[in-house]
Design a protein around this ligand. Structure first.
Ligand code: NAD
Ligand code: IPM
Ligand code: MN
Length: 359
């Protein structure tokens, strides 16, 4: 039966990297007879400019009907002055929340060919394979009350609320432990339970969840130490599970261990494994329009979509192996380029992945 994939290119480099990911998706669609039907929608700044809102009703209803969603990136400085509720990022957050995409998988995997591009010494990152499991629809990103208010003395005060309910912690915990079973069976839960009550509860609930997985080892770490350990000795980690904001920050740091944020894909899953797939990076306005953005994070997000939602592990593996072949051949976009490599543009990188797939 035909499956609908909703493509949301977004802003700045979003459309540039998406064009390459779509080329790849179309080739595997043919090669593996996947019967995928691609449709396009507006999200973020592009949607705001065209319709007045960052998440139009039409996009939301198509997203609900789609079998999977592929997203580029949203946002940019031209929308910085827009009121908070209409910012491009609100469109993305609204979509994650409406579809209950609570489970964000961010695998930081070092392709051995890129050891020299990592900001850490090669011996610290050789063989790196970390999975960050970030809670995506709760925590301080969504807690109420929130806003900016004026105090009696006339001074303004900004405030947000960091909340997690037991059920939210439990479901992300189960996801992390289940994923650990297919890996090295070690979960490190990252919190700030020495200061924040919400994460005292987080730690307690993780301990409870762990009882269902006697074959998986659970450890705990404070987030400040976790940030330090990630750049000191990242290979100590297998699965990291953490809340929305800590996961956002730690995954950008982990990205750099793999050579570039342009390499890190992600999956955002609901309880049935339906999902949205996107690179971890943003819309990179500083390099938009130059044809130099790395499309591999988005191309690897296509592979995650094939693996996690569409149940096509062979097609996923074909893409991952094509990426590896291209790196073997020394082709690099600017962000992962080192002396002796061949420098390629966004489009040339996409074309090289296509050639590897077709060879
Ligand atoms: P960013 O991730 O867009 O860029 C950070 C740095 O990494 C920049 O120097 C950029 O050039 C570089 N970079 C990012 N992706 C790259 C790629 N594929 N290839 C090569 N270099 C790449 O983060 P930012 O600059 O803080 O944010 C820019 C905008 O993107 C903001 O509006 C932000 O809100 C938004 N954003 C969106 C998402 C998303 O849509 N999921 C994620 C993060 C940030
Ligand atoms: C990400 C981004 C988003 C987040 C923003 C754009 C809302 O940084 O996907 O990592 O903070 O979740
Ligand atoms: Mn982020």
């Amino acid at each position: 039966m035909s499956k609908n994939i909703l493509i949301l290119p977004g802003d700045h480099i979003g459309p540039e990297i998406m064009a390459e990911a779509v080329k790849v998706l179309e080739v595997v669609n043919r090669q593996f007879s996947l019967d995928l039907n691609l449709e396009y929608g507006l999200l973020g700044g592009a949607a705001l400019d065209a319709t007045g809102v960052p998440l139009p009703e039409e996009t939301l209803s198509r997203a609900r009907q789609a079998d999977a969603i592929l997203l580029g990136a949203v946002g940019g400085p031209e929308w910085d002055k827009v009121e908070a509720a209409l910012r491009p990022e609100k469109g993305l957050l609204g979509l994650r929340s409406a579809l209950e995409l609570f489970g964000n998988l961010r695998p930081a995997l070092l392709y051995p060919q890129l050891a020299a591009a990592s900001s850490l010494k090669p011996e610290l990152v050789a063989g790196l394979d970390i999975l960050i499991v970030r809670e995506l629809t709760g925590g301080i990103y969504f807690g109420e009350p929130r806003g900016i208010r004026t105090l009696e003395n006339g001074e303004r005060q900004g405030y947000n609320t960091y909340v997690y309910s037991e059920s939210e912690i439990r479901r992300i915990g189960h996801l992390a432990f289940n994923l650990a079973r297919a890996r090295d069976r070690r979960v490190c839960s990252v919190d700030k339970s020495n200061v924040l009550e919400v994460t005292v509860l987080w730690r307690e609930v993780m301990e409870e969840v762990a009882k269902d997985y006697p074959d998986v080892e659970l450890s705990h770490m404070y987030v400040d130490n976790a940030a330090m350990q990630l750049v000191r000795a990242p290979k100590q980690f297998d699965v990291l599970v953490t809340g929305n904001m800590f996961g956002d920050i730690l995954s950008d740091a982990a990205a750099m261990l793999t050579g570039s944020i342009g390499m890190l894909p992600s999956a955002s899953l609901d309880k049935n494994g339906r999902g949205m797939y996107e690179p971890c990076h943003g819309s990179a306005p500083d390099i938009a329009g130059q044809g130099i953005a790395n499309p591999l994070a988005t191309i690897l997000s296509v592979a995650m979509m094939l693996r996690y939602t569409l149940n096509q592990p062979e097609a996923a593996a074909a893409i991952e192996s094509a990426v590896s072949q291209v790196l073997d051949a020394g082709l690099r976009t600017a962000d992962i380029w080192a002396e002796g490599d061949s420098r390629v543009s966004t489009t040339e990188m996409g074309d090289a992945v296509l050639r590897a797939l077709e060879s």
